[in-house]
Design a protein around this ligand. Structure first.
Ligand code: AHR
Length: 511
């Protein structure tokens, strides 16, 4: 009894809500790191219906398009302020020969897309179409060159073709193909997963190859390349060590790939039919991202203490079994509230590591893996993951705010994980944004928040949730999971009490 009275008195004295299990302190006047907008980047490969049908429908299509690129998809991506787009792969990149994708479309040679379904690739979407897409989106292109099966000369000429302004064979060829002015391309990947589909190389061998290929990827005029070396597939920390040691001085970025696979690679589990145990396992697998980012960053710190080289998480997201009846090589999966929770957690992790993580690209934008958009001919649906990008866009290029969180636990079958994930930033106008995820499937979470170093006048918010964790947006019912106003954040002085419903993602704006 005495203890209870003591707790009640302490709560009253410190102004804490007795029912709150979570405590968050945000130092609103102490941020120094900028959350790169490129953390909110995307990845689109010649895979399934990502490029063909997802973006590219051709100029003669009845689907409204601009020079062959569908207008609805472009508008949806502009609405989430897509900052960059990685292309053409993925595994496809190390089999792609860019010269097949330029010139008159009906004369372009065809190839077999051996990685993804063995379908014919007619090369109708190539360099000009991709860079037109980026211009329509208002985003920066991120091109991955072919190191696995292409030559140094081929990669070097691609850079020249795209970015050289003067008289040269490649710049003249570009002009012949209808583009007078060079494009600006900053982000340049030198191979993809070269420890696997990109050539099955050892780290030592790849590091040497990287140095050769990167040498001949030139900066023309004021186009300065940000060269990104192929990094680890997650658990391989030696790869990072060897790359940083042998080639670190010659790169601006080093990649990291980590997919959230709920069960095993052989049977990944269904995107929509899953138990609470499957959900819990999905979250555990996704939280590994924090560990990977921390450990790869720690290795990079040894060779690059000034943090000049960015950690580029250029493939991440959920990977399930394909939808029944669809081509196994097309990696088409539905997207539920579970995916939104995964996206919210990962983006909070990247924000928190803004000192090292300079870019991240969800795999893949349209119709593949954890897509933000699904299309079926003229129909389009925005997935729950899309709405997380919509909520989180406020963090782009904002200042990360240091915080500390004491979280309640979400428990299942004797295991526990933190129930709450969070990140916070201050934008150029002084507004503070906090993004919170309640991972717990069953319990609401009350969070007592202290905002230090700021006088708060107003709080508003948006929430993404739904009745069931496996709710999704289909073409027939595209609005099942969407964003609504959030009213359950109450302000008292510098104290904010936030009640997060179970399985929800919330964005708070504080003025
Ligand atoms: O995103 C699908 C594939 O996953 C990519 O092509 C490859 O890089 C990775 O293994």
């Amino acid at each position: 009894m005495k203890v209870k009275i003591l707790i009640i008195t302490a709560c009253m004295l410190f102004g804490l809500n007795m029912h709150a299990q979570n405590r968050l302190v945000i130092n609103a006047d102490a941020g120094k790191e900028i959350i790169s907008k490129h953390i909110y980047g995307h990845f689109s490969e010649h895979l399934g219906h990502c490029i063909y049908g997802g973006y590219w429908v051709g100029e003669d299509s009845p689907i409204p398009n601009t020079r062959g690129i569908r207008n609805d998809v472009v508008q949806a991506l502009k609405d989430i302020q897509i900052p960059n787009l990685r292309w053409p792969g993925g595994c496809f990149a190390d089999e792609y020969h860019w010269m097949d994708g330029i010139g008159q479309r009906d004369k372009r040679p065809k190839m077999v897309n051996t990685h993804w379904g063995g379908v014919t690739e007619d090369n109708s979407f190539g360099t000009h179409e991709f860079l037109d897409l980026c211009e329509q989106l208002g985003c920066e292109p991120y091109i991955t060159g072919n190191l696995g099966s292409g030559s140094i000369e081929e990669m070097s000429k691609w850079v020249e073709y795209i970015t050289f302004d003067g008289e040269s064979p490649m710049a003249n060829l570009r002009r012949q193909n209808g583009r007078e002015q060079p494009w600006k391309v900053k982000f340049w990947g030198v191979g993809n997963e070269n420890w696997g589909c990109g050539g099955n190389m050892t780290a030592d061998f790849y590091a040497d190859q990287y140095r050769r290929y990167a040498t001949y990827c030139r900066n023309y005029g004021d186009n300065q390349l940000y060269k990104i070396a192929c990094g680890s597939g997650g658990i391989d920390f030696d790869w990072t060590e060897i790359l940083m040691k042998n080639a670190g001085y010659q790169m601006q970025g080093l990649s990291l790939h980590h997919y959230t696979v709920p069960n095993s690679w052989a049977d990944k589990g269904s995107a929509t039919q899953f138990s609470e145990a499957d959900y819990f396992s999905t979250i555990e697998k996704t939280l590994v991202m924090d560990n990977f980012v921390s450990r790869h960053s720690a290795i990079m710190d040894i060779y690059d203490p000034m943090k000049r080289v960015g950690l580029i998480v250029d493939e991440w997201g959920t990977w399930y079994n394909v939808e029944p009846g669809t081509n196994p090589g097309f990696l088409f999966q539905q997207n539920t509230l579970r995916d939104a929770i995964v996206a919210g957690i990962n983006l909070n992790i990247f924000n928190q590591h803004a000192d090292r993580v300079k870019m991240a690209n969800i795999a893949q934008t349209v119709n593949v893996l954890q897509a933000v958009i699904l299309t079926d001919n003229e129909k389009m649906a925005l997935t729950p993951t899309y709405w997380v990008y919509y909520l989180y866009k406020v963090h782009q290029d904002a200042t990360l705010l240091p915080l500390s969180l004491t979280s309640d636990k979400y428990e299942l079958n004797g295991k526990e994980i933190d129930a709450v994930s969070v990140s916070a930033s201050k934008d150029a106008t002084g507004k503070i944004h906090i993004t919170l995820v309640n991972i717990d499937l069953n319990k609401a979470q009350s969070i007592e928040t202290e905002l230090r170093g700021v006088t708060v006048k107003k709080v508003s918010g948006k929430i993404l949730t739904s009745d069931k964790i496996n709710d999704c947006n289909s073409f027939e019912k595209p609005d099942t999971v969407g964003v609504k106003d959030f009213k359950d954040a109450k302000l008292a002085g510098d104290r904010l009490t936030v009640n997060l419903p179970a399985k929800s993602v919330v964005m708070l704006e504080i003025e």
